[in-house]
Design a protein around this ligand. Structure first.
Ligand code: BG6
Length: 491
């Protein structure tokens, strides 16, 4: 048998991209609720208001679109803008139907995030919002009905907005305590219902987009290094609390990981690859490995970054590292120190890899990246791994009869699953599960679009917020069902 028995096949989502109901039943605003839609060519924006003058406007959100708030302005929902997270694809009102569809595909695991501001609307409230807690009870009960294990992210670009406005987001140490209260509340409430948790989605996004990663509006490296430290401490406190509450709970790290390749065999290009890898891996060295690596400490010293730590922080990090390491991996990045006319590469880094195909958003598909990622991370940490995001965004066409013929998605996943199988069967990597990203269509985090679809299930909703929200199965739906039923043998 290729994959171990009990392998957790499934799909992944995030509240800010999927749940909608942005102010229902006592939920507060979170950082994603002030992000406009964008496109492949137009960056999303953060909208703001000056509470004194009532002047409004918007700014970039990082990722190469600089974030600048005028004096006195705070992020806010303003009139005349469209915010994709507000309705998203309305999981809030479709959860029973959606989980039934996941059950029909045979999902063993469903990754979702909990909307922190649904539980603590302002983030610093003394008591949780019962209606928010009850919603997730209903979701987990529905999962149990279908034999699906939830994997819950505590924070997926969903810092309560009040924590940004009143404390500057994760830059403030105060958030450690607020997060600990939130984590403890939900660990206790859902003990026996949720065994697998993740703390911060793609914690290393803090290097590029502090607002999304932690509600930080200060763009300095100093602020983002401090915010990351606070998240590490909060993660260890969550691990400690979880283990005290129940020995069955496992709390993982979540890292955005793309293997990096050098465009040429110039040693300078290899050094650049190492530098780029370090920029990602130090986050896992701390959160999963339990200590700041020397190369990061020296880098901070060189740059004059001084992270303020409390006595006991370093012991806490080393005593309570993450139980497992999960990661997202969509493709690889190709880097060079030379001038290149190859064109832009994946995400914000790199150049085009001549050996790889790209989708309409310029993301290169590279099945080998999963095997490479799994090996690198397993060799380094020797902890169980979980691929919690992988997939391909595509502007799917729904036919008149509701069908969607997404053979490109099947091809992509088939090759990616084969690569993951090699890592397990040929390299001996310990892999807990695979949750394909965006299993039911949802809003793109990078662009805010609907047209960049990932799902096995099509949702009738467009980039202007029009559509019935009706669900229909794509061809990949039955294909994935077969994959799961055969535990990855029949692809
Ligand atoms: C990951 C995020 O980076 O990539 C998800 O954790 C995101 O939230 C996914 O949706 C795919 O990116 P995009 O921009 O295509 O939605």
């Amino acid at each position: 048998m290729a994959f171990p028995e009990g392998f957790l096949w499934g799909g992944a989502t995030a509240a800010n991209q999927y749940e909608g109901a942005y102010l229902e039943d006592g939920k507060g605003l979170n950082t994603s609720d002030v992000l406009t839609a964008g496109s492949h060519t137009t960056p999303r924006r953060i909208t703001w208001e000056n509470p004194q003058t009532h002047e409004t406007g918007s700014t970039g959100m990082g990722f190469g679109s600089p974030m600048e708030f005028p004096e006195g302005a705070v992020p806010a929902v303003i009139d005349g803008e469209y915010y994709p997270s507000h309705v998203a694809t309305d999981f809030y009102h479709h959860y029973a139907e959606d989980i039934a569809l996941m059950g029909e595909m045979g999902f063993k695991a469903f990754r979702l995030s909990m909307n922190w501001a649904r539980i603590f609307p302002n983030g610093d409230d003394a008591e949780p919002n019962e209606a928010g807690l009850a919603f997730y009870d209903a979701v987990f009960d529905e999962c149990a009905k279908h034999g699906i294990e939830p994997l819950v992210t505590l924070s997926h670009y969903e810092t309560p907005l009040s924590l940004t406005i009143n404390y500057g987001g994760w830059k403030s140490r105060k958030l450690v305590g607020f997060f600990e209260r939130y984590a403890e509340t939900v660990f206790r409430r859902y003990r026996g219902k949720v065994k697998y948790w993740l703390t911060f989605n793609e914690i290393n996004l803090m290097s590029m987009a502090g607002f999304m990663a932690g509600g930080v509006t200060d763009t300095s490296e100093q602020a983002r290094a401090q915010a990351a430290h606070h998240q590490f401490v909060a993660s260890s406190l969550a691990v400690r609390a979880a283990h005290e509450i129940s020995p069955d709970i496992r709390v993982g790290q979540m890292l955005a990981y793309q293997p990096a390749y050098a465009l040429s065999c110039d040693p300078a290009d290899q050094l650049l690859v190492q530098e780029r890898s370090h920029a990602t891996l130090w986050y896992a060295d701390v959160q999963t490995g339990g200590a700041y690596p020397e190369y990061r400490l020296l880098e901070m010293k060189r740059k004059g970054i001084e992270v303020s730590m409390e006595p006991g922080d370093l012991e806490l990090l080393s005593h309570y590292p993450a139980d497992f390491l999960s990661f997202s991996c969509y493709g690889s990045t190709t880097l060079t120190t030379h001038e290149s006319d190859a064109g832009a590469g994946n995400f914000v880094f790199g150049v085009k890899n001549p050996y790889l195909k790209t989708n309409a958003w310029g993301w290169a598909t590279d099945p080998a990246c999963l095997r490479l990622a799994l090996n690198t991370l397993y060799d380094r940490y020797h902890k169980p791994l979980w691929i919690v995001e992988n997939g391909i965004g595509w502007d799917d066409v729904k036919e008149a009869d509701g069908s969607v013929h997404d053979s490109y998605r099947i091809d992509y996943l088939r090759e990616n699953i084969a690569s993951m199988r090699d890592a397990v069967t040929l390299d001996g990597v310990e892999l807990m599960g695979y949750t394909m990203w965006g299993c039911i269509d949802l809003v793109s985090a990078g662009t805010g679009e609907m047209r960049k679809r990932y799902g096995f299930v099509y949702v009738d909703r467009d980039d202007e917020g029009q559509g019935t929200l009706a669900r229909s199965k794509k061809d990949s739906f039955l294909w994935y069902k077969k994959v799961i039923a055969s535990n990855g043998e029949d692809t």
